[in-house]
Design a protein around this ligand. Structure first.
Ligand code: BGC
Length: 354
């Protein structure tokens, strides 16, 4: 583990299709530091002091914009859109018209397409010591989605050790939208081994079971007596390899949980996670109705992380706050339709303590 290698700004400074990328650093009064690049609106690294006062990087990130541009990109720290997670067969309808997206995760569409929000350069609207405001205009027809969609994302680092993410979007034509951030966390430190011994509590009573292509059936399923029940603090890996059909379909946890079981800070409390070695804790809150628990099942050691280690299987986990996967084809799920007269707003907090 080599946590004190900080990202090198030069490696994030490039020009993509006439737009400049760079590295941006936020710092709070407790010595927490968050690094971002406007390429994909990505969180690159997140340092906080552990109980001994030493800085630990608790998120997985890559060493340059070039590394994030590879086709193997696994959405490290990125803003995901227009539609986070999967849409069955990449198709959906609005007012009788059928739309077809690229099939980039056969047989489905995943995370907004080949050049989704994770692969575009975001404009920096404002940058100060504790916040970074990004903007992107997704043109009508981009990646097959209707409507010109203007998206604002503001990252802040508060003195309460919160990394907050605020999303706002507006369209000029009826469209669909599902935004998230795809940060992978390892609370023991990036590159310090698997997350299987992290303790997780998830404030959900139900999840949305999936078929073998990871598309929800459309029902909500209770958690009692299943390996999906994290209502009491449990090690992430305690049951992950049980021969439960849903775990086989997801190659581990890769499932959407239904939030609303617990409210705090006027939002849905999502989860509490604790790094078993570092003792670092993370509490997650959101205004979104769901969260994707993804345990890095498809990581395969093909990327070099900021600290120099490889990103082996299950060395990071994600809690992607979101609307439910495939909502445009699931009439009983909360709607992901955005109307031209509406403003989409959503807010997520990742709060840390040592
Ligand atoms: C999905 C996984 C996918 C991963 C890509 C997650 O949000 O649910 O199935 O492999 O993103 O990194």
């Amino acid at each position: 583990m080599n946590n004190l290698i900080f990202p090198d700004a030069v490696c994030y400074q490039t020009n993509i299709k006439g737009k400049k990328t760079n590295l941006y650093v936020l710092e709070n009064n407790n010595g927490m530091k968050a690094y971002f690049t406007n390429f994909g609106g990505r969180l690159v690294a997140l340092y906080l002091p552990n109980r001994d006062g030493n800085l630990v990087n608790v998120t997985l990130g890559l060493q340059s914009v070039a590394a994030y541009q590879k086709p193997t990109d696994v959405y490290y720290g990125a803003i995901v859109g227009r539609f986070a997670n999967r849409i069955a067969k990449g198709t959906f309808g609005i007012d009788g018209k059928t739309y077809q997206l690229a099939i980039n995760n056969a047989p489905n569409a995943l995370h907004g397409g080949k050049e989704g929000f994770h692969q575009v350069v975001w404009e920096v609207i404002n940058y100060d010591a504790q916040s970074l405001a990004l903007f992107y205009l997704s043109k009508d027809g981009e990646e097959g989605f209707p409507g010109n969609l203007a998206v604002n994302v503001v990252y802040s680092l508060t003195d309460d050790n919160e990394l907050t993410i605020s999303y706002e979007a507006k369209t000029d034509r009826k469209t669909i939208l599902n935004l998230t951030n795809h940060a992978y966390f390892n609370l023991n430190g990036e590159g310090s081994g698997t997350i299987l011994n992290h303790q997780l509590q998830l404030f959900a009573d139900e999840f949305t079971p999936i078929d073998k292509t990871s598309i929800p059936f459309g029902n909500l399923q209770g958690l009692t007596n299943t390996p999906f029940d994290f209502r009491a603090m449990t090690a992430i890996g305690a049951r992950i390899d049980e021969p439960h059909e849903q775990l086989l379909f997801g190659n581990g946890y890769d499932h959407n949980y239904v939030l609303g079981a617990k409210k705090e800070k006027g939002m849905n409390k999502v989860a509490k996670v604790k790094g078993d070695i570092s003792g670092i804790e993370m509490d997650v809150y959101t205004t979104e109705p769901g969260v994707q628990l993804y345990t890095g099942n498809y990581l395969a050691g093909v990327h070099t992380l900021n600290g120099g280690e490889k990103d082996y299987r299950r060395t990071g986990f994600c809690l992607e706050t979101q609307h439910f996967p495939d909502s445009p084809n699931q009439p009983h799920f909360p709607t992901t339709i955005l109307q031209p007269e509406a403003i989409f707003k959503s807010h997520t907090i990742y709060q840390f303590s040592a």
